[in-house]
Design a protein around this ligand. Structure first.
Ligand code: GCU
Length: 680
């Protein structure tokens, strides 16, 4: 069923109800073949038990509308109205004359519907007709995989789950079984795009588009067989590094011609390619700034080369000055993306998509929403999330991130501005609704590797599952997704299901409590970013400061006295964040520098909040450990050991965070804990 790994939420027994229903798949397209293969693989694994419907008794038909019309014209005509206006990834379930029918205008919709039947069972066939389609057109994962483990950041940059499943020793892995299993997992939650290599494209990866093109084509075919388009991260300086040109100036005709020809050659050999993902002028990567050009110049050059092939450029907005001086209080990394990209709104070609991180900094446990989301009106946008837990425990800590993502998706970027009649919550923006954009959606840094559980911490699987489902429907409830994931992952183990839900539901907030407080972020060990180092980044060039001293802590980002970042928001947020009294507690230190005695809306002082949350966070991890111990013996030994080991490390690390943070601020502030607890 799965070659060498855990099958996560995609257990073969979930196919049982379908198998018992005598499913018939019409049509011979590649996606129909995939559905048939899934059914056959499951049938080989599990035998339909007694009590399920016998084949033929109450047939289940899976067919595109076109195929249906060939063999069942009456049924096709009956269902046709339900398909009107439904996009290519949508599907319809209905029952017609005793036959349960899953149909769609396009085979992609059929595949999504098939996996929905695995996840949710056959209860949809209750006599009604239902339409379902994804909210976000783009639902992408980004692999940060490198061709070899000798790459500057190892096999997978910020990878916490072993090595790459795609590459080893400078080459593409030839045993592709794991890749296929990954494609199945992604398809089963509705992902439709994937980028194949790290956004930091170094020498070897620059040559993926030339030296490894046949392997890229094979990988792309595997993903296309699962309804997933493949993208390559490209090196902006490729015309120099592999093209032998003296420049990568986007307005130079030779450079433009180079990209046209390179793209032509690439698409000829990789027909399933979707286009490029680009990190330019960011963290020492090359880009158009070198030539005095804008990011619109750079992105549009690539867009032009991709246009004849229907390709798209995803161009990242993670552009900031990474050689800052902490003494310079005017330069603010949080401002950078907006400052660079907002003036270019409307200048990008229609096959360019700007990829904007959810927050203005870098995937911290708490950040405000990037003001580019809802700010950009005449540009295609996808929001970038990080499923990999770089700053949230690196898949050693249990930290269910869907509640964080949901909060971002629900953020109303402009509170019912009449110019955005369809709503301007981030979930509307990423649906393309707010400004009627043709392309929109979400992308996220993947959290998988060649680990047998895929994700290091087996419960980090929940983040991958929930990402896919939230991308499909950003209105989903994270708690509901957690229940569903747990039920699918631990079928027949109701106690385990409940325990895992209990542990994970509040784990993001628990993580926040024992780490950096009130939105200020960082305080991590530089470089690898695991574990506390309160001043680790305080004097470095990365622009990630908290400015704690004996009088107070936090970053003044106000217009009145600070960096002016609050001015990038639309109302009411610009005023809310500007005001130290109206700013939400959880973001206070992101926007303001305040004395330790400052009273929060909660009624506590900042310093007492720091002490209280850090003690509470550790107590909550202790409770997680105890809850797990109640059920650990119900799962297999290897899984129990893996989870218990990670929880033990989480508890150790949480204590370390608590003590380092509390001690640091006790000494800086000179204020004792009102409750007299131990601070070292
Ligand atoms: C973070 C991360 C890097 C990554 C970068 C990016 O800074 O630590 O490893 O390359 O984000 O998103 O490009």
């Amino acid at each position: 069923w799965f070659s060498t790994s855990d099958s996560c939420w995609l257990r073969p027994q979930h196919v049982l109800p379908l198998l018992g229903h005598g499913p018939q798949v019409l049509g011979d397209g590649r996606l129909q073949t995939t559905i048939r293969e899934e059914l056959a693989a499951a049938a080989a694994e599990v035998a339909p038990g007694p009590g399920t419907t016998k084949p033929g008794e109450h047939a289940l038909l899976l067919a595109t509308h076109e195929d249906l019309a060939l063999t069942h014209p009456g049924m096709a005509a009956a269902v046709e109205p339900a398909l009107v206006g439904l996009g290519p990834e949508g599907y319809v379930t209905t029952t017609h004359a005793g036959t349960d029918l899953l149909t769609a205008a396009d085979a992609r919709g059929l595949l999504h519907g098939f996996y929905a039947l695995l996840r949710d069972g056959l209860a949809v066939f209750d006599g009604s007709t239902r339409r379902e389609e994804p909210t976000c057109p783009v639902r992408m994962v980004n692999q940060w995989d490198n061709l070899s483990a000798d790459a500057p950041m190892g096999s997978v940059e910020r990878g916490y789950s072993g090595d790459s499943i795609f590459y080893a020793d400078g080459a593409v892995v030839q045993d592709r079984r794991r890749v296929k299993d990954y494609a199945r997992l992604l398809a089963s939650v509705g992902i439709n795009a994937l980028s194949l290599n790290n956004v930091n494209v170094h020498g070897p990866e620059t040559r993926l588009m030339t030296d490894h093109v046949q392997d890229v084509a094979d990988l792309a075919r595997t993903f296309a067989d699962h309804g997933i388009a493949t993208y390559l991260s490209i090196n902006y300086a490729a015309p120099i590094e592999i093209g032998g040109l003296g420049t990568a100036d986007p307005l130079d005709p030779q450079v433009r011609q180079w990209w046209v020809q390179a793209s032509e050659a690439l698409f000829a050999q990789v027909p399933d390619l979707g286009g490029y993902l680009v990190k330019a002028d960011s963290e020492n990567r090359p880009g158009p700034f070198t030539y005095g050009r804008t990011h619109a110049d750079g992105a549009n050059m690539l867009a032009e080369a991709l246009r004849p092939h229907g390709g798209t450029v995803f161009w990242r907005c993670f552009v900031y000055d990474c050689r800052q001086d902490w003494r310079d209080r005017r330069t603010d990394r949080a401002r950078a993306a907006y400052d660079h990209f907002m003036p270019l709104d409307g200048e990008f070609a229609d096959n360019v998509v700007l990829q904007v991180k959810n927050g203005p900094m870098d995937f911290q446990v708490r950040e405000p929403v990037s003001p580019l989301l809802g700010g950009l009106e005449r540009t295609n946008v996808v929001m970038e999330l990080q499923i990999a837990q770089e700053y949230t425990g690196q898949q050693k800590h249990a930290c269910y991130l869907a509640p964080q993502w949901k909060q971002v998706l629900d953020f109303d970027t402009r509170s019912a501005d009449p110019r955005a009649p369809s709503g301007a919550a981030v979930r509307d923006v990423v649906a393309g609704r707010t400004f009627a954009r043709p392309v929109a959606g979400v992308a996220a840094v993947s959290n998988i590797g060649d680990d047998v559980y895929w994700t290091g911490h087996p419960w980090a699987q929940a983040n991958l599952y929930a990402y896919g489902r939230l991308a499909w429907d950003p209105a989903s409830d994270p708690d509901d997704l957690l229940h569903r994931w747990s039920r699918l992952t631990y079928p027949d183990l109701p106690d385990v299901q409940r325990a895992v839900v209990d542990i994970l539901a509040g784990s993001w907030l628990t993580y926040e409590r024992y780490t950096s407080p009130l939105g200020v972020g960082w305080m991590v060990e530089p470089g690898h970013h695991y574990g506390p180092s309160i001043e680790g980044y305080e004097y470095s060039a990365w622009g990630t400061y908290h400015f704690a001293d004996r009088d107070g802590v936090g970053v003044d980002r106000t217009v009145a006295t600070g960096t002016g970042y609050t001015g990038q928001y639309r109302e009411p947020w610009a005023s809310v964040y500007e005001s130290v009294d109206r700013c939400p507690d959880e973001l206070l230190l992101f926007f303001h520098h305040v004395p330790y005695g400052h009273e929060l809306a909660s009624g506590r002082t900042v310093i007492q909040h720091i002490y209280d949350t850090h003690f509470q966070g550790v107590e909550e991890v202790q409770a997680m450990v105890a809850r797990w111990e109640q059920v650990a013996d119900q799962v297999d030994g290897a899984l129990a050991e893996r989870v218990s080991g990670r929880l033990a490390e989480q508890l150790r690390s949480a204590r370390e965070w608590r003590d380092q943070v509390n001690t640091y601020f006790r000494r800086a502030s000179g204020v004792d804990d009102a409750r007299g607890r131990t601070i070292y």
